[in-house]
Structure formats: structure tokens, C-alpha cells
Write a new protein. Structure first.
Length: 154
């Protein structure tokens, strides 16, 4: 069930991230792809807000973990990571099984960073402010997350 979601503004990107953050559960994995400036980190900030993570914590690190919300949020940006060994040294693989939800920017750079199941999000720049989000679920839990994205809670 691949889905395409139009995001007309930065605010819409953050709002969709918030909706996903409200639906995340421990063990969820989200891969975020797209060119530089496509809105990946902005989306992660929205997810953090949806989880209740205090504002201002989310940056674009190689790897970080944020607490203070209803669920721990692990966030990796693999843009500058050159190998699986380098990623391993950050402690990334240890946290995948440690609880919380994991969001990874540029997961295609290190193929072993992707678990078998998860939600693949590809951001496409449409204009200066608009984005198109291509959503591909991998597994039943990811399909439930897609439903949370496309059917807003009442």
C-alpha cells in the first residue's frame, strides 16, 4: 500500500510528523530519504513534538537519542557516515533493540541500517515550500503507521 502525500508547506510537514509521533510505538523504524533540504530533519522535529520531546532537542546529528517524551526517540543522520563499522561505533545497532522508536535519515547509505520491517519515507522537493512524500510500508506495523498518517484522528 504505497501512498503519496502532498505537503504544501513547512507547517504541513511538521504537522504530519506530529501525527506520526503520536502513533509511534517502541520498536518502530522509519527511514527518511530525499535530497538535502527536502524536509527530513523538519519532519523529525514534528515527530519529536508528537512524542512530547521537549522543543529544541532535535538537530541533525550522526546519532542521538532524545528522552522526555512518552517514548524515547533515536535519530540518526547517515549522510556523513562512510561504513557500517563507523555506524556501529556510534552505538546505533545497540539501540535498535533497546526500546523507543528510530528515525534514520539517509538509510540507503548503509544498507545494514535498515531492519527488515519499517516505514520508508522519501521526500521530494516540489517547490521552495512544497514537498511530496512517498510512503512505502514494509510489514504490518508499518501499514498501521501509514493509516495513522493518511487518516487523521478524530
Amino acid at each position: 500500500m504505497a501512498v503519496v502525500i502532498e505537503l504544501p508547506s513547512a507547517e504541513a510537514t511538521v504537522a504530519l510528523g506530529q501525527r506520526l509521533g503520536q502513533a509511534l510505538e517502541a520498536g518502530d523504524f522509519i527511514g527518511l530519504s530525499g535530497e538535502l533540504g527536502a524536509g527530513k530533519t523538519l519532519f523529525v522535529r514534528g515527530v519529536a513534538q508528537g512524542l512530547g520531546v521537549p522543543p529544541g532537542q532535535v538537530q541533525s546529528p550522526t546519532f542521538n537519542s532524545y528522552g522526555g517524551g512518552r517514548l524515547r526517540l533515536h535519530h540518526a543522520d547517515l549522510y556523513r557516515v562512510e561504513s557500517a563499522d563507523e555506524l556501529y561505533a556510534t552505538g546505533y545497532f545497540d539501540v535498535l533493540d533497546a526500546g523507543g522508536a528510530t528515525l534514520v535519515e539517509w538509510p540507503e547509505r548503509i544498507r545494514t541500517a535498515w531492519p527488515a520491517a519499517g516505514l520508508a519515507l522519501r521526500f521530494e522537493r516540489v517547490s521552495e515550500s512544497a514537498r511530496r512524500l512517498h510512503v512505502e510500508p514494509r510489514g504490518p506495523r508499518a501499514e498501521a503507521l501509514v493509516r495513522a498518517l493518511v487518516v487523521p484522528a478524530l
